[in-house]
Ligand binder design. Structure first.
Ligand code: SF4
Length: 311
């Protein structure tokens, strides 16, 4: 990646986000084993509390929802609803992945058509939503996704195909499979090597910036990637397409231990709410900006008291 051929935004990403010319931290070959042991110890009680034959599956969305009991119950029982902004984001994500794989040689409209087809044939309820759109609505969504892809090309430098790994599936099994942690960051740049840490995990966002929530998501991914690859990423980041800007955190043992503590603190509550749910009056409710995405908002006393219920 030669500096001279880059746009000013691409240069900013190259230096500020990718830290292209900065030395990478050394690998600690014993780190993954230490973290696995810590995580195993810290979640043993939650695993033991599971009913016979049950397993606890935790993703970044479930961990995020566990900040409020009501929101977690809504996550478990509510129905996911597709909307135009969500579809636009999905098309842009898929389009960016396809674009990296194709070396940015194709017309953005063609790339988005492929991304559209991928959503239609994904077997998810997205297909039903897409089929419900009339021609003009579908064209508008394609156009918005194409705009995001074109903008990303202008903002983010092209990278060698072998350095870009879209949707690296990360899964950690503990306690004989009774606890499963799973995640899939949008992009993994670089791979595990034995001398220095070169991996950067990146999530792409088309909506607003929610720094604390997204930081927790990326710490979770950093932990899973460390346990999967036996090498920690050197950095995690959330890239906001609408802003051409990002939040990042350099990963060290303290960051990974914070992810362990977060999982350990939430796993017992997840087990209780999934398998031995207390009565509603004993739920721990936390009214916060996340109420806006909660299906219980219209009936929630805590949200009403905090002024989050729309008039
Ligand atoms: S509306 Fe807010 S406080 Fe109420 S259950 Fe949902 S997230 Fe929790």
């Amino acid at each position: 990646m030669t500096e001279g051929a880059l746009t000013p935004s691409q240069q900013r990403v190259r230096e500020g986000l990718l830290a292209w010319t900065e030395p990478r931290p050394p690998v600690d070959p014993a780190l993954a084993a230490r973290l696995r042991e810590q995580l195993s110890e810290a979640t043993a009680e939650a695993a033991e509390a599971l009913p016979d034959g049950a397993e606890l599956f935790l993703s970044k969305s479930k961990l995020d929802a566990l900040s409020c009991d009501g929101r977690f119950v809504d996550f478990l029982e509510g129905e996911f609803t597709w909307s135009a902004p969500i579809v636009k984001g999905q098309l842009a994500h898929h389009g960016i992945e396809i674009d990296f794989a194709g070396g940015r040689q194709r017309d953005p409209a063609e790339v988005i058509d492929v991304a559209w087809e991928r959503l239609v044939t994904s077997g998810s309820s997205a297909a039903t939503f897409l089929e419900s759109l009339d021609g003009a609505e579908a064209d508008a969504l394609r156009g918005q996704a194409r705009g995001l892809l074109t903008g990303f090309r202008e903002q983010f430098p092209a990278l060698p195909d072998k350095k870009v790994h879209p949707e690296d599936a990360l899964r950690v099994r503990l306690h004989g499979g009774r606890l499963i942690l799973s995640g899939r960051p949008d992009l993994r740049l670089g791979g595990p090597t034995s001398d220095v840490r070169r991996m950067l995990l990146l999530d792409l966002k088309t909506g607003g910036r929610h720094s604390l929530r997204h930081l927790a998501d990326m710490r979770f991914y950093a932990l899973l990637a460390t346990l999967k690859h036996d090498v920690a990423p050197f950095r995690v980041a959330t890239y906001y397409l609408d802003e051409a800007d990002w939040d990042h955190e350099d990963v060290d043992e303290g960051v990974l231990e914070a992810a362990v503590r977060d999982i350990a603190a939430k796993a017992p509550r997840a087990v209780a709410l999934e398998h031995d749910r207390p009565p509603e009056e004993e739920w721990r409710l936390l009214a916060a900006p996340h109420c806006r995405w909660c299906g219980r908002l219209p009936i929630c006393p805590a949200a009403a008291e905090a002024g989050y219920v729309p008039a």
